[in-house]
Design a protein around this ligand. Sequence first.
Ligand SMILES: [Zn+2]
Length: 285
Amino acid sequence: MKQFLFFLLGITMFISINHTYYNPNEIVSFNEQLQQQRDSLENYKFRISSDKLASKIIGKFNGIEPEVWGENIDDVITRIDTEEKVVALTFDACHGSYDEALIDFLIEEKIPATLFVTGKWIKKHEETFVALSKNPLFEIANHGYEHKPLSVTGQSAYGVKGTKNIEEAFYEVFRNQVLIKELTGEYPKYFRSGTAYYDDVSVDMIYALGLKPVNYNVLGDAGATFNKKQIVQSMMTAKNGSILLFHMNHPQSHISEGVKKGALKLREEGFKFVRIEEYDKFLRE
Ligand SMILES: [Zn+2]
């Protein structure tokens, strides 16, 4: 009888240990809990460090009604003012995947570029992001924490809902500044909103944060929809000081093939590729 009771106890313990420690669902939920705790700690640290600046910036712009909404509105940079035969390639990492073939091509050909990266993308590709930030060919710029159009009234662009007030607009920009600083040691100098839409109040706020809003004057891939031929054709319209916009988060698209051909052609024509920061004083709307 005693032996039988021990046997039963053993079975019960075995089942309960298995249940407690080896239930995959519970392990998943435990990891989620840990992640949530980590996130809330990060949020807390972030709040403390940014509260002062936030209240200053939000106080400065609160209640100001925007007058315009669009892509290349006043004070948004679209080009480099130069007679030199240079162009700046810029690549947005909005969300989703990583176009490794495209970036590998830039590295192989030693083509410098400015990478506009969102917080969303960084969190998904942290290792890749850190490696790219350490490569002297590339300059890291801010593409927003959540890839939202930058509005103080909740305007939308291409069906993407923008930030709904000055506070949200501030955090959309600043949270990603902080994230990038944490991972690279440096704050970016340039910002491009998700969808590249802004209102004039948001643009003023970007400058107040010590950043410059940088869009483009050559639409390189039309939101990753162009085929190879269209991409090359578009690149061939570049002039001295053009800023070209592409995406680095669509490996299934024709972008890497198009950029390969287009960049080599531009180089043949005598163009040199530069990063935005190298021509900071010559940036114009
Ligand atoms: Zn984007």
